[in-house]
Ligand binder design. Structure first.
Ligand code: NI
Length: 501
């Protein structure tokens, strides 16, 4: 059955998290918008070199890396796109490296004794299809202990001229940008006004009016025609213009961030003509090939039925290394389970379909890898549902298992899951020791019924797998998916399982 993979992310779905009202005030994140891209430096530059972009074709893949994986310590998880264009990859890596550097500085400043561990998180969506442009929508989330503060960044490339566009480049002249900013200010005022109107935190109308007056200067500043103020302006998959305004940009933190739809007639007259008539036009919708259903029933010989079993599970993908891992698993005839991140699954839907077609199980590992012990019930629910929808769209099947990011949860979050929750009992700490030999040796310590944890975002983990398969097979082990590991076990929803024993 042919089906359209709709650009479900883009404006609407992803931004359901952002609305006026309700969120408690928090510290302002320190992140600054880089005005110039450089070549990547540091760790990402090295990792980029390992990726062969010739292999990617026109597909965009996800590069993910992390620091830390203990919910009680400082953690960072970041993703950025890998395309067939190295100028894009390098600029996105440089943009991401700055965020990593900020995290490292902050973690160092706080030290290990910090009572509140920080968590830095960066994930992206792809806005498509566009003829001559490539747009990425980033969310950066910072937690200084409790909730997360989100910041949004739109990064647009002119793929004809092979250059990144700053917000000002979208306009026909600096004067046009200034003229547009006046229109945008009116829209922002309307949005804030509406938000204050519906707010229940005022004792009387006079207080409400005072709050409105107090915000005028902030709105004025927040809509000045600078690249930083307009780094949330983009043409979405639904062919409408949006302006995303960060929390604190035009109002106090308790009003949250704003997503403002910009009517076409209000922006088009000011835009650069080439961009608005050619580049940002929607390309033909992407038609995906067959979707496959996974179930491959194996008949086992009596000896095989008795053999000790282990389940390989891979978290935090799909990533730029996942296809390679699938090649290995296919060759070795091994079935595994992938706990995927919704945001990355949306970018690499073809990889998800391949996993399904080749008999692997796909589990839900949240939308963007936030620590579930730190987010609200409402956001947790949103993370689970959005990821379910993305996987269902690729596979026609809801993910049967869930795994919490960092394995961190609270009882009220566990009650939301409505399916078995999967932990692990073999952890090679592959995010820490990026050494294939060491990772393989640790994974090979698995006993009958083990659930082995790995991350298909690390090249070294993928490189360890052939040796793990060879060694454990030679000891008589069979590699099974979680479905098979739990077959006949009657496992229950909202319960955590760390092995098949
Ligand atoms: Ni994870």
């Amino acid at each position: 059955m042919n089906q359209y993979i709709k650009p479900i992310l883009g404006a609407v779905a992803a931004l359901a998290l952002y609305s006026c009202g309700s969120k408690p005030a928090q510290q302002t994140p320190t992140t600054q918008v880089p005005t110039q891209d450089e070549k990547p430096t540091g760790e990402l530059a090295e990792l980029l070199e390992e990726i062969d972009i010739q292999d990617l074709g026109n597909d965009i893949q996800v590069f993910t890396t992390k620091i830390g994986n203990d919910p009680n310590k400082h953690n960072l998880t970041i993703s950025f796109p890998i395309t067939k264009e190295s100028y894009i990859n390098e600029a996105e890596a440089a943009f991401s490296q700055k965020f990593i550097d900020e995290f490292k500085q902050e973690a160092q400043r706080l030290g290990d004794s910090a009572t509140a561990a920080i968590d830095y998180n960066q994930h992206f969506e792809v806005v498509y299809p566009q003829v001559g442009a490539q747009t990425f929508l980033y969310t950066r989330s910072i937690s200084n202990g409790n909730n997360y503060d989100d910041q949004l960044f739109v990064r647009i490339y002119d793929t004809e001229r092979k250059t990144r566009l700053n917000p000002i480049d979208l306009f026909s002249s600096p004067e046009a940008f200034t003229a547009f900013s006046k229109e945008a200010k009116k829209l922002a005022q309307e949005a804030v006004r509406k938000c204050l109107k519906s707010s229940k935190s005022f004792a009387n109308e006079q207080e409400r009016e005072q709050a409105w007056m107090n915000l005028q200067e902030q709105i004025e500043d927040g809509l000045q025609p600078t690249n930083e103020n307009y780094d949330g302006l983009y043409f979405a998959s639904n062919e409408r213009w949006y302006l995303l305004l960060d929390k604190y940009q035009i109002a106090s933190g308790d009003l949250g961030s704003f997503e403002i739809e910009v009517p076409e007639e209000m922006i088009v007259p000011y835009l650069d003509k080439r961009l608005s008539t050619a580049l940002l036009l929607a390309a033909a919708p992407i038609i995906e090939g067959e979707t496959h259903s996974a179930m491959i029933e194996e008949t086992l010989s009596p000896e095989e039925g008795k053999a000790p079993r282990v389940a390989l599970t891979f978290d935090d993908g799909p990533s730029v290394y996942t296809e390679k891992l699938l090649d290995i698993l296919l060759k070795e005839e091994v079935k595994a389970t992938f706990f995927v991140i919704g945001k990355s699954a949306a970018v690499q839907s073809k990889t998800i379909q391949r996993m399904g077609a080749e008999g692997h199980i796909i589990g839900n590992h949240s939308y963007d890898h936030k620590n579930f012990a730190k987010i609200s019930l409402e956001e947790a629910q949103h993370q689970i549902e959005l990821t379910d929808r993305i996987i269902e769209q690729a596979l026609n099947q809801k993910p049967p298992y869930f795994r919490f990011p960092y394995g961190a949860y609270t009882q009220d979050k566990l009650a939301l899951i409505k399916r078995p929750v999967i932990g692990w009992n073999v952890d090679p700490l592959d995010w820490k020791y990026k050494d294939a030999e060491r990772v393989a040796a640790e994974m090979c310590k698995a006993k009958d019924g083990a659930i082995i944890l790995g991350h298909d975002i690390h090249k070294t983990t993928v490189e360890a797998i052939p040796q793990v398969i060879r060694t454990l097979k030679s000891k008589g082990y069979r590699f099974v998916s979680l479905d098979e590991l739990f077959k006949g076990k009657n496992i229950k929803p909202n319960k955590v399982y760390t092995s098949g024993k």
